[in-house]
Design a protein around this ligand. Structure first.
Ligand SMILES: [Zn+2]
Length: 395
């Protein structure tokens, strides 16, 4: 009898213990799941204090947060891992993506949420829903704008709208050029007209290929010899935009090394870009700024030199590794403009040549043409469009 009672007491005791442990567990989970904006601030403060007390090694001295994207366009069901880096006082970057002190939250949790560090577009989201995701590390924060892109069919109005605007738009910019193009078509075997009346280059693999707002690359063109130049980039994660075609990549390595020798640090920002990626960027800009503005600052898919694997955007610490016109006034930008041709590159979109190139001044965008051609284009002081017409077409 007493034995039986003893057993029952034991079992009840054990059950209680399990129950208490389970409640503790659920509470803990709740705490980590329910990280609100306020919670972030409190936890950040706590972390700061703990860090100061703990050890000096822990203090990374992060001055600024760098996110791999500023704007993201994602579809329902998409997940996206944003790379978060910390800029240190000495100008170097450390990867904070998996740092336990990095906190993040969305201001539109029900539709665009963060799970295990990934941005997730929930099924409840609709096209054009937006959220601001805030990343907080210690007392520093950075944000990224996320917009939901229409899935497949439902909202394909934009591509339909574009052709409508195009005829109005482009003749203005191209008047002189398209005339000349028409005249020269007969002796220009580097381009053909496809069934939509679009000019498509026939020599996408040629390092001299001319790609611009008139001359498209085939949508399926992917260079076969893409490699990663061994240079410093403005980000540390793996990314297709690290790649360039082999010859251009090695030339870039030589350029960056020579600059370094002269006390100039040039950093890679964005090299190869696929047709698909360009499409996403262009559509995003159309959504955000309208067709006209988007067409000035970004290329339409197929019209970007980045798809050739022969172009790269570069920057420097003086403009915070961003792509800003001010780069042209800094010693790094000036060095590039004066020396890039020695390594086979030209500044592709020159100041004051917007009417000819179709692009704003981009002191950061360099294009590989090989040393001989780059030198000649540089010395003649022409844009590649002008040079091509004057010197590269058969008589
Ligand atoms: Zn570029």
């Amino acid at each position: 009898m007493y034995k039986k009672v003893g057993k029952i007491v034991l079992i009840v005791g054990a059950l209680c213990l399990v129950f208490i442990l389970a409640i503790g567990f659920i509470k803990d989970r709740k705490n980590t799941d329910e990280v609100t904006a306020q919670g972030n601030a409190v936890e950040t403060e706590k972390d700061n204090k703990e860090q100061k007390n703990d050890s000096k090694e822990e203090d990374k001295g992060v001055k600024e947060l760098r996110l791999s994207e500023e704007n993201l366009l994602l579809k329902i069901g998409d997940k996206y891992n944003v790379k978060v880096e910390g800029l240190l006082a000495d100008g170097s970057l450390i990867d904070l993506t998996d740092d336990s002190k990095l906190l993040s939250h969305s201001d539109n949790e029900e539709k665009i949420s963060i799970k295990d560090g990934e941005i997730v577009i929930l099924d409840s989201a609709k096209a054009d829903d937006e959220a601001t995701i805030t990343y907080v590390y210690e007392n520093i924060s950075a944000t990224i704008n996320v917009k939901v892109e229409a899935a497949e069919e439902p909202k394909k109005e934009e591509p339909k709208e574009q052709p409508k605007e195009e005829p109005k738009e482009e003749p203005k910019e191209e008047n002189n050029e398209s005339e000349q193009n028409n005249n020269s078509n007969s002796n220009d075997d580097t381009v053909m007209i496809d069934e939509d009346g679009k000019q498509v280059v026939t020599n996408p693999n040629d390092i001299h290929v001319l790609v611009n707002k008139q001359r498209n690359l085939p949508s399926d063109y992917v260079p076969e010899d893409l490699i990663k130049p061994d240079i410093k980039f403005s980000f540390t994660h793996e990314d297709p935009k690290r790649y360039m075609r082999e010859e251009a990549a090695h030339a870039l390595e030589r350029l960056v090394a020579q600059a370094k020798e002269e006390g100039i640090e040039i950093v890679g920002v964005s090299g190869y870009r696929s047709y698909k990626r360009q499409e996403t960027i262009f559509n995003y800009n159309v959504n955000k700024r309208g067709y006209e503005a988007a067409n000035k600052i970004s290329a339409k898919p197929g019209q970007s030199e980045h798809q050739t694997g022969l172009a790269i955007d570069v920057s420097c610490a003086g403009v915070n590794y961003k792509l800003q016109e001010r780069l042209g006034e800094l010693k790094e930008g000036k060095w590039l403009a004066e020396n890039a041709h020695k390594f086979g590159f030209i500044i592709r979109y020159q100041l004051g040549k917007e009417e000819i190139t179709g692009y704003q001044y981009e002191p950061w965008h360099i294009r590989y043409l090989g040393e001989d051609l780059a030198k000649d284009v540089y010395e003649k002081g022409l844009t590649y469009e002008e040079y091509f017409k004057q010197y590269m077409l058969k008589e």
